[in-house]
Ligand binder design. Structure first.
Ligand code: DX5
Ligand code: ZN
Length: 228
C-alpha cells in the first residue's frame, strides 16, 4: 500500500508540474532527498482548465522511480473515466473537482474501492458546503489557494480564512481527512496556511525553480515547525 498515513505531522507534496522534464528523475530525486513526502501529479485536460499536462504515462513513470505516495490531482472533466487506469498505473491518491462530475459521492466511493485516497478539490470560488455533504467519504480535502491551471501563481490572501473554516468543518464532523493546500505555497505563505490548519502542502515552483530543491523542501517544512 503506497497511501500516505493520516494524522500527525505535516506533508510536503512536490508538484512535478514545475520540474524540468528533461531532468525529471534527477529533480524528483532532489526533492525526495530534501524529505518530500509525496509527489503531486497535476493532470489537466485543456477543458476543465486551459492547460494540458500529463496522464497515466507520467504516473506509471514516476511509480517506476519511487515508492512514495503519488498524489494525483485531476483538473479534468469526467474524472470518473480515469479511476481504473490511474489505480493500475500506481496512483496513491485521486483528487478531483466536484464541478467536473455529476455523482461526486459515487466517485469518491469508487476511488476508495480501488484502494486510492479519495480527495475532493475546491476552487477558490467553490463553497465548502460541497465537501461537507460528502465528508464521511473523504480521505483528503484540497483547498485550492489559486485558481487551478498553472504553476507559479500567487497565493490568494483570502485562502487563510477558507483553510480555517475547512479545518473547523472537518473537526466538527470528526473527520481525519488530510487538509491539503495547493497553489502559491512558498516559504513566505506556508506558515500562515499551516497556522490556519492545513497539514499537507503542495509546492511546485518554490521547489523546482530553486537552485537547491532539497534545501527548499527542508525550508518549507521548517517554516511550519516554527508555527506549531
Ligand atoms: C495548479 C496546480 C498546482 C501547481 C502548483 O493548478 O494544481 O499543483 O503545481 O504550483 P505552484 O506551487 O508553483 O503554485
Ligand atoms: Zn495540483
Amino acid at each position: 500500500m503506497t497511501n500516505g498515513r493520516r494524522g500527525g505531522g505535516i506533508r510536503i507534496a512536490a508538484s512535478v508540474l514545475s520540474a524540468d522534464l528533461t531532468r525529471l528523475v534527477e529533480q524528483v530525486q532532489q526533492a525526495l532527498d530534501g524529505g518530500a513526502d509525496w509527489l503531486h501529479v497535476d493532470v489537466m485536460d485543456g477543458r476543465f482548465v486551459p492547460n494540458i499536462t500529463f496522464g497515466e504515462n507520467m504516473i506509471a513513470a514516476l511509480r517506476r522511480v519511487t515508492d512514495k505516495p503519488l498524489d494525483v490531482h485531476l483538473m479534468v472533466v469526467e474524472p470518473e473515466r480515469y479511476v481504473e487506469s490511474f489505480a493500475d498505473a500506481g496512483a496513491s491518491g485521486f483528487t478531483f473537482h466536484p464541478e467536473a462530475t455529476v455523482h461526486v459521492q459515487r466517485l469518491l466511493a469508487a476511488v476508495r474501492s480501488h484502494e486510492m485516497r479519495a480527495g475532493l478539490a475546491l476552487n477558490p470560488g467553490t463553497p465548502l458546503q460541497l465537501a461537507e455533504e460528502v465528508v464521511v467519504d473523504l480521505d483528503l480535502l484540497l483547498v485550492m489557494t489559486v485558481n487551478p491551471g498553472f504553476g507559479g501563481q500567487t497565493y490568494l490572501p483570502t485562502s487563510d480564512d477558507k483553510i480555517r473554516r475547512a479545518r473547523e468543518m472537518l473537526a466538527a464532523h470528526g473527520s481525519r481527512a488530510f487538509l491539503e493546500v495547493d497553489g502559491g505555497i512558498t516559504t513566505h505563505t506556508i506558515a500562515a496556511a499551516h497556522a490556519a490548519g492545513a497539514d499537507t502542502f503542495v509546492a511546485g515552483n518554490a521547489i523546482f525553480a530553486s537552485a537547491d530543491p532539497a534545501r527548499e523542501v527542508r525550508d518549507l517544512r521548517g517554516r511550519c515547525l516554527v508555527t506549531v
